[in-house]
Design a binder for this molecule. Sequence first.
Ligand code: ZN
Length: 295
Amino acid sequence: MKDQIVIADALHGEVRIHAACTTSLVEEARQHHHCMPTSIAALGRTMTVTAIMASDLKNQNERVQAVLNGKGPIGTVLAQADGAGNVKGFAANPNVYIVREDGHLAVGQGIGTNGTLTVTRDMGLKEPFTGTSALQSGEVGDDFAYYFAISEQVPSVVGVGVLVSQEGSVKASGGLIYQLLPKAGEEAIEYCEKVAKTQKPVSELIDEGKDLDEIIQMYFPDANILARRDVRFHCGCSKEHFMDSLVTLHDNDLKEMIEDGKGAEIVCQYCNTTYNFTVEELKEILERKHCVENR
Ligand code: ZN
């Protein structure tokens, strides 16, 4: 199944549903960052929810960013997605591989619970909207559900999962989020609570070959599909982009790099691509900097 997000409503429009398949984009992130299983599960879950949030954006250049900071061995996990379906992210420590007693990847232990989830919605306005909530279990799904309830006042059930194969590659990744709209009545609330208790992990359903429409209809037989959005891993960085950031360095730092004669190496934190700058290029940057300043 190709990576996609399907948006639907159900129960007379009282519940809004997002189902996501993110297998390819999470596998691509794993390859870029050389992630071990628990690190990619944490990053993949975070990228999936972030992609789902971005699927509601009106404009292509609007962005959503989520940062989990739980002081566990994985450290910071960050994901960013835009209104065009481009998703990227990283886990500070990609080398974490810890397993729970039941054999599942210990994502909660990897992320930790001693910290916060911060979501920034950049809608192209002067001030982006930022909301922060305390981490609940570090399992990502619970943490976002709590965030939606506390910070955005939307009662939500958030299921996300990443299945990692024996060899360490991503077998299946996806998510199912359903949210009660303000007009939701008691019946819809009870129905969602019932579904939450019986729901199978979405990554397992994707691995079994179910498509997103089927997954939505398994739990919400009256669902109407409202929209489909393609999503992909895409960073968008370039050498020019990093050149612009070198221009903002202090003269002395640039001069030092030029004098030590080795050039500079910059690694993009979102996609792990390395950009090399020769001494000649650094000299050009220093010159360009002065042209800009003297204008
Ligand atoms: Zn990049």
